[in-house]
Design a protein around this ligand. Structure first.
Ligand code: T68
Length: 833
């Protein structure tokens, strides 16, 4: 068919004049929602607005797809079991540069713009940092005009919603799709079949060659749902492609004809289960069959989708790795190594050596954790029952790989056992990190320290084998969502002084450094922060009924609740400060509000008790008439992208207090710093680099280094000694043990305190005094408002390195070898008719 898209440009549904936007909005309310303003609900209005914006994204999306098709350009495929996108509407308005105009349009229609934005249920398809990183990365890929697809799972239930009842976390299912999702387009024509279970058989092909056939026990369908991902003020609209599982037929007719109606429907139910729910464990392997099925399901669909594209572009299979650069976001998609091998060997009849070369040149692997309990391993019997053919292929990969190791390290049997893809100690497991390392040409950590520790510890043997594969790619976050959208007043203060080039080139913020010495600028800066704090104080009051003083220092620790992140160290300091204030009411400390937010994995009992600890200490302190005007403790429920957008702009202090050597990078630390919060932190993850960038004098450092942690453990760590020799620490622990924060119930926190006294695996006691001293320094610094504001400004303007644009540029140059493809809009040269 003749392509003439020019007429679409000035159409009611695409034009960007205010009048046409209004017309489009009312049309969508009428023709899509089937409503008239008199009966329309807030959700109807939100959907009408969302469709009005989506209509205006389609031309870019279609043009981008056409440009990519015609250029045949190299494409980055980011495989991730999680994409923690956050709400789309506001972000799309920012990236299209029409936020202000649309706000006016909505208000002229007599509607509340903020309310409509707030109506969107965020797609919470991730646990924490790893999923949010994937979201920042696809934003940057589009902004840098790199041909890219994000591939993942369209979970029906995302991360659970957290409520706090009697101080404890309660979980509610996240029904994010219940009111409809205007941003996605299903593409059933590109559905893929995925096999599971069954067994393998050998057969001889027509050339007399022995081959293997996989006879699966069941087949499920993967339906792709596509969401456009806009670049910031570019024509690029890339795609996030999430797979939903379905039964191939609504009914199994054979079973149905036997009269087993329920049995027939049963298959449909089990097929749909695969993409039903996101596993809410971060940093802990789950070992559940359904989880392995989820991983294989989305990986298989995605690879088949790439093969489909290769075929329609007439690119020979031998050039798969030239067309696609596939990044494995942690080991969750690592089964892709075996699946691509299987597809090439069994379905396309490629020779092993050629298949292996294509595979290795296609994949690269990002590691996100140093915690041993988070490294994925699958018990062999379970693996064999879900993926029998893949297990055979993994054995073959392993046998060839170990031969290579034998040559390089003659006679080193211990090394062979350590490197093997199969863990043979006791119960046998498939080690997914090993599969990812062997099948990839590049392996990277997510901060400099983390990448070093990978080489020294978790992946040491692989480093010694293939040092050339190892890279560092320090994480970053997108300034579009985390500054422009969430902190518009700060963004306009900045743009008033230096224009808006910084939004695409965050290093430009450094032009503002001299302004730190300008008293007027400092006042404006402080006023912006103060207004953000007022807004957040109102939010807290609405959500928790707790009144907080916006004059007080807002001290935040928001992240998943985990022992290694040490929220309980923060609490120990709060108790210690509380005690000192009770003893000495004249103590000169600025008023402080300690705020916490984060979810605990539902099965992680210690983490859940840490939440109860925070709320219990808060209850006592917030009620104490001597103290409650000086310090407050608040647990902000249901920390997610939406609440994060309110939190980072309102923060004075950012708590990044993990045990050194445990946090791979952290990305919240970057969002805080960008928004002018100062960090109190250990030399862990990206804190090290943040401190380097903002200057040691603008960073509150405490605690042991990773090397010192290692040495202390090696020499024998005895937490009890710290308790016995530090009276201050003893007082704090004894208050907890005595029931002062649990209405006399000495048992409530006994598990926690005993755990610390006798094991303390994350060295809270070793770092306690250093932390308390450092917090005193923070308090003193906050009393000097001018100096604090100076430091706040320098933190923000020196955070340019932590834009995800920088991370993505480095991945493109060093790992993906991907180049920008600027998009020409279709019909650009044609006259509208
Ligand atoms: C995080 N990892 C790291 N994992 O903890 C953090 N894990 O330091 C880093 O900044 C971030 O990744 C991005 O690199 C996670 O968030 C998970 O969420 C997770 C989920 C499932 C299984 C294991």
């Amino acid at each position: 068919m003749e392509q003439n898209t020019a007429p679409y440009r000035e159409h009611n549904r695409t034009s960007l004049t205010k009048e046409k936007l209004k017309q489009g909005f009312l049309d969508n309310l009428y023709f899509i929602q089937g409503k008239f303003p008199t009966l329309a609900s807030r959700n109807d209005y939100y959907l009408a607005l969302a469709y009005t914006i989506r209509d205006r994204m389609l031309h870019r999306w279609i043009s981008t797809a056409t440009n990519y098709y015609e250029s045949g350009a190299r494409t980055v495929c980011y495989l991730s079991a999680e994409f923690l996108m956050g709400p789309h509407l506001g972000n799309n308005l920012v990236n299209m540069g029409i936020f202000g105009m649309v706000k006016e349009v909505v208000e002229e229609l007599g509607l509340n713009f903020e309310e409509l934005l707030a109506q969107e249920e965020e797609p919470g398809l991730g646990n924490g940092g790893l999923g949010r990183l994937a979201a920042c990365f696809i934003d940057s890929l589009a902004t840098l005009e790199i041909p890219a697809l994000g591939y993942g799972i369209r979970y029906e239930f995302g991360i659970f919603e957290q409520t706090i009842v009697d101080g404890w976390q309660m979980e509610k299912t996240d029904k994010w799709l219940r009111n409809g999702n205007p941003w996605e387009v299903p593409r059933p024509e590109w559905a893929q079949e995925v096999r599971l279970g069954g067994h393998t058989e050998q057969y001889t092909d027509e050339n007399g060659r022995l081959r293997v056939r996989w006879v699966p026990a069941k087949i499920v369908l993967g339906i792709p749902y596509d969401t456009p991902i806009l670049g910031y003020r570019t024509n690029t609209a890339n795609t996030l492609r999430l797979w939903k599982s379905e039964a191939p037929e609504s009914f199994d007719f054979e079973v149905f004809n036997r009269g087993d109606y329920y049995g027939a429907v049963d298959q449909k139910v089990t097929s749909e289960n695969i993409s039903k729910v996101l596993y809410p464990n971060d940093e802990q392997l789950s070992g559940k069959q359904l989880r392995l099925e989820q991983q294989y399901f989305f990986v298989s669909c995605s690879l088949r989708d790439m093969l489909r594209v290769l075929a329609i572009q007439n690119i020979p299979l031998s050039r798969f790795h030239e067309k696609f650069a596939v990044q494995l976001n942690d080991t969750h998609p690592a089964i892709a190594v075996a699946e691509l091998m299987r597809l090439l060997l069994d379905e396309y009849l490629v020779d092993w050596d050629d298949a292996w070369e294509i595979t290795q040149r296609t994949f690269a692997y990002t590691n996100h954790t140093l915690l041993p309990e988070a490294l994925e391993q699958w018990p062999l019997p379970l693996f064999a029952s879900v993926l029998p053919r893949h297990l055979e292929i993994i054995f073959e990969i392993n046998s060839r790989f170990l031969d290579e190791v034998r040559i390089k390290f003659l006679g080193d049997e211990a090394r062979l056992a350590r490197l093997s893809l199969i863990n043979e100690g006791g119960e046998r497991y498939v080690r997914m990190a090993h599969l990812a390392c062997v099948g990839s040409h590049a392996i990277n950590g997510v901060a400099e320290l983390h990448s070093e520790l990978l080489k020294q510890d978790v992946l040491k043997d692989f480093y010694e084998l293939w040092p050339e594969k190892f890279r560092n790619k320090t994480n970053g976050v997108t300034p579009r969502r985390w500054m422009i959208l969430s902190n518009p007043s700060l963004a306009s203060l900045v743009s008033d002084r230096i224009g808006n080039g910084w939004v695409r080139d965050l290093e430009q913020l450094r032009q503002l450094e001299p302004m730190a010495d300008d008293a007027d600028f400092r006042k404006e800066w402080w006023d912006v922060k103060r207004a953000n704090k007022v807004a957040f104080a109102q939010y807290i009051f609405k959500r928790t009924g707790i009144l907080v003083d916006p004059e007080s220092m807002f001290d935040f620790q928001v992240k998943r609740i985990h022992e290694y992140k040490r929220q309980h160290l923060n609490v120990l300091h709060i108790i210690s400060l509380y005690r000192r204030l009770k003893e000495n009411p004249n103590l000169e400390v600025p008023p402080r509000t300690f705020l916490f937010g984060g979810k605990a994995a539902p099965g992680y009992h210690t983490a859940k008790r840490m939440i109860k600890l925070i709320t219990s200490v808060g209850e006592v302190i917030n009620r104490d008439p001597d103290i409650r005007d000086r310090i407050k403790v608040v647990f902000v429920p249901n920390f997610n992208v939406t609440t994060g957008q309110k939190i980072y702009p309102a923060a004075d202090l950012s708590e990044q207090i993990s045990t050194a050597g445990k946090e791979a990078s952290g990305t919240g630390n970057m969002k805080f710093s960008m928004n002018g919060a100062l960090t109190i932190g250990t030399l862990d993850g990206a804190n090290v680099e943040i401190r380097e960038e903002v200057g040691a004098e603008n960073f509150f450092l405490f605690g042991l280094t990773a090397d010192e942690v290692y040495a202390l453990r090696a020499s024998g760590y005895h937490p009890y000694d710290y308790y016995n020799t530090n009276p201050h620490l003893k007082d704090v622990i004894d208050l907890l043990r005595g029931g002062s924060f649990s209405r006399g119930d000495a048992d409530l926190f006994r598990g926690l305190t005993d755990g610390l006294l006798h094991h303390d695996p994350y060295l809270l006691f070793a770092d306690f005094q250093s932390y308390v001293d450092c917090q005193e320094e923070v308090s003193r610094a906050y009393l000097d408002r001018d100096h604090w504001t100076r430091m706040s400004i320098l933190n923000a303007v020196r955070s340019g390195k932590f834009s995800s644009d920088r991370s993505i540029r480095q991945y493109c140059e060093d790992i993906w070898k991907a180049e920008p493809v600027p998009i020409t809009l279709l019909g650009q040269n044609e006259e509208p008719t």
